[in-house]
Design a protein around this ligand. Sequence first.
Ligand SMILES: CC(C)(COP(=O)(O)OP(=O)(O)OC[C@H]1O[C@@H](n2cnc3c(N)ncnc32)[C@H](O)[C@@H]1OP(=O)(O)O)[C@@H](O)C(=O)NCCC(=O)NCCS
Length: 237
Amino acid sequence: MSCIVIGAGGHGRVVLDILRAAGLHVVVGFVDSNAKTHGHRVDGCEVFGDMSCIERLKREHGVKSAVVAIGDNGVRRSFAEAAESAGLTLLNAIHPSANIAENATLGRNVVIAAGALVCAHCQIGDSSILNTGCIVDHESMIGTAVHVCPGARLAGRVTVESGAFVGIGSTVIQSLRIGYESVVGAGAVVTENVEPMTTVVGVPARTIESLATEEEARSWLRPMLAARSATTPVSTP
Ligand SMILES: CC(C)(COP(=O)(O)OP(=O)(O)OC[C@H]1O[C@@H](n2cnc3c(N)ncnc32)[C@H](O)[C@@H]1OP(=O)(O)O)[C@@H](O)C(=O)NCCC(=O)NCCS
């Protein structure tokens, strides 16, 4: 199936490499909202224009699907919604060297980079990135638009709520909950639950910033892992 990559930055290059390695789809080119990139080639693929050129790409190049490759969690989620509204099917980009348990479930627009491990019964929400060499151990639940950075390690039964960022090389011990839109700093070792909208760093991790009001913290949003977000079987690319 012919597809485009939305986002021609660093993460876009990674996603293009994954799609080429997987060999399941023909990548027609990139779409990017930065006009400076338009007309240029990124790793051999043309950047056609912004989202307004999708209709033309559907018509002239038979584009039917897309992967949104934008690092910022919130922006990635918004562009995924826009791509679906424009009539594109959201694909998953899974590197052939990633190891994913047969009974894990993946949403849509999920990127799983080289060497990542996703163990038994994990659920991965829409538009999440499991980056190079990360480990998501058994029965962990990853919400919508989460980024688990390269080399991060989640022990069993960890929940990462929507929009959270788990920094490079960090570790989260078993059964903890990382609150929505929180940030785990590079190299942190998380030994307690992290409140929503909170940044933690260090070993053991300590809070350096919290944007959640007490009221928000009392009514934590739960990740949308049921139904739509995590019901696509792994075998469906
Ligand atoms: C956690 C993070 C987001 C904080 O960024 P920030 O809000 O700009 O924070 P600052 O740089 O102002 O640092 C605030 C304090 O936390 C400390 N700190 C920041 N990041 C830290 C980390 N990863 N580990 C330990 N301490 C850290 C700083 O030394 C500083 O301490 P001080 O107040 O005693 O001087 C950032 O440092 C980080 O780790 N980002 C993750 C990057 C990553 O994983 N990239 C991968 C992309 S694929």
